[in-house]
Write a new protein. Structure first.
Length: 553
């Protein structure tokens, strides 16, 4: 038997991801927000925000922006560079994306290019394109210097080549310009504040809001509001509320929840769609079943946050499920559809299922090919749901997968083997937290089916545990009880709110953002309303102001 702490490895290679940023502390400030002016609710005389690193469009934002800018829903650009400063490969991908878009110019929104770039030479064409396309691409009015620069691109190419080549060069330049690719935020001076603190102007605020809620550029109504100076106080709130009912906001929420649950992979596990399971133990685990798990989870999120009252706690407690025959079999649902082509909503057994953490997509992702993984599941809840901090395992930590069953001639359950492997004194500090949380999921096997007897060991399952590290710590007998505690935890709500703040500003909050973060968390902890959380973030100082005093951490 190997000794030392256990890392929870599966024996498979794993994807890396970045550790989430966080502000120390649990939040819980009591600020009430404001009407759009500087916020002194934390005892200061004006807004206090941290400086931020430079940002550019993410691959998702670039793809959606190209489609929304040009009105070509079928355009595919295949851009995947994630570096802040574009790599050589990223530069080539931008060029290719622009070329592909121009090849599909017939599919662009009518009037966006108000002339025929393939027709006879038109002396007014270049200026018309500069005035119609470039302000939308740059997400703000053009400066005189930018007009002159773009006009020179056209004129120099036309002189060296021909009209069509010159127009294509102009379009390509606009679609690769730094003002298109990067989030440029200069801001305006704030009376009474330091020179470093600046308020986002209306166009910058519109852009930040649209990428926060939609992962795409502002639409015509948001541009119009920015041009009219209406993005303060009630006007900003009204725009955020309007945008939240748009399908693009729902798509952003779905993507966030998927990433939050690490269903796209993590440091110690593959993505849901890349999981492998033992064919002898789980012959039903097919690509079609995995796809169905994803469909069910996304339907659950939509049903809970959009068709329901949008309360965060329901994500942990609801027993509603959208299933076909195969999913119904794994959920042990007698009233499920008879075929996989049919889908229906039904109520799962509330003694066995409650919310996201008892759904097949999550449970099968956080498991090994043969057995459940209490360590992975425990680590996830503590780090992602509670924003807890776990250090690196000691150098002698075992990475041999836990399997249960016959271990050195003794039949052990998965729980018993984990307890044995993590019993060393140097392990107990972390594993008293991890194991207590993770053991509450023991009833769910490697594909998420509920069992009272363990598949590999034949032992009766003990799913007792304890929620550790929250504000509502208590003993539990299973994951349903654990989920109920998480639903009631202010610390869980604070953690979720902080994750969204990170999304909104593009980086982890710093100590200078603590006041804004605490106010956002306090409001969300009171209401649990996810839409209100989005609005609270948009109205915060951290969202509406910038610090130009230096690059943030």
């Amino acid at each position: 038997m190997m000794t030392g702490c256990y890392t929870g490895a599966t024996g498979q290679a794993a994807h890396d991801d970045e550790a989430p940023g966080r502000v120390d502390g649990d939040g819980g400030g009591d600020g009430d927000g404001d009407d759009g002016g500087p916020n002194a609710a934390c005892g200061g005389d004006g807004p206090v925000v941290a400086s931020r690193p430079m940002r550019r469009l993410t691959p998702t934002q670039y793809q959606s922006t190209m489609r929304d800018l040009l009105g070509d829903a079928e355009l595919s650009t295949e851009f995947d560079d994630v570096e802040v400063v574009l790599t050589e490969r990223g530069v080539r991908q931008l060029r290719t994306g622009a070329e592909r878009a121009i090849e599909r110019i017939a599919n662009w929104e009518p009037g966006l290019v108000p002339c025929d770039i393939n027709g006879p030479e038109d002396a007014t064409c270049a200026n018309a394109v500069i005035e119609s396309l470039a302000p939308r691409a740059f997400r703000r009015p053009l400066s005189d210097e930018e007009r002159a620069w773009l006009q020179s691109v056209y004129e120099e190419t036309a002189e060296a080549q021909d009209f069509q080549s010159a127009m294509e060069a102009l379009l390509s330049t606009i679609l690769q310009a730094p003002a298109f690719v990067y989030h440029t935020e200069v801001g305006t001076a704030v009376e009474g504040a330091s020179d470093d603190i600046r308020a986002l102007d209306d166009y910058e605020l519109a852009s930040r809001l649209s990428y926060f809620l939609w992962d795409s550029m502002p639409d015509a109504e948001l541009f119009e509001a920015a041009g009219a100076g209406l993005l303060t106080g009630e006007g900003l709130t009204a725009q955020a509320e309007r945008m939240l009912v748009d399908p693009r906001a729902q798509a952003k929420m779905q993507a966030f929840i998927w990433s939050w649950l690490q269903l796209d992979g993590g440091r110690a596990h593959f993505a849901l769609g890349e999981q492998t399971k033992s064919g002898s133990h789980f012959p039903e685990y097919t690509p079609e079943l995995v796809d169905a798990m994803g469909v069910e989870l996304q339907a659950f999120v939509e049903h809970t946050l959009y068709d329901g009252d949008g309360n965060f706690s329901e994500l942990f407690t609801s027993t509603d499920a959208y299933v076909n025959a195969s999913l119904g079999d794994l959920y042990l649902a007698n009233d499920a559809p008879m075929t996989d082509e049919e889908w229906a909503w039904l109520e799962l057994d509330p003694t066995k299922r409650a919310g996201l953490l008892t759904r097949l997509a999550f449970l099968s992702t956080f498991a090994s090919p043969e057995v459940q993984s209490p360590i992975r599941r425990g680590v996830f809840v503590y780090e992602q749901m509670l924003c807890g901090h776990l250090g690196e395992p000691p150098p002698n930590a075992s990475d041999v997968p836990v399997g249960g069953g016959d271990v050195d001639g003794t039949v052990l359950s998965v729980r018993e083997e984990v307890e044995l492997r993590t019993s060393e004194a140097e392990c107990t500090g972390c594993h008293n937290i991890i194991n207590n949380i993770g053991f509450s999921f023991e009833h769910y096997d490697a594909v998420g089916r509920w069992r009272s007897v363990e598949l590999t060991s034949g032992r009766f399952i003990d799913a007792s545990g304890r929620l550790v590290g929250s504000d509502v710590d208590d003993d539990v007998t299973n994951a349903v009880e654990l989920s109920a505690l998480l639903a009631d935890s202010a610390k869980v709500k604070n953690c979720f709110a902080q994750r969204w703040v990170e999304q909104a500003i593009g980086s982890m909050p710093s100590v200078e953002d603590a006041c804004s973060v605490e106010q956002i968390q306090s409001r969300f902890s009171e209401t649990g309303d996810v839409a209100e959380l989005m609005v609270a973030i948009a109205m915060s100082d951290t969202f509406r102001y910038i610090n130009v005093g230096g690059e943030g951490e």
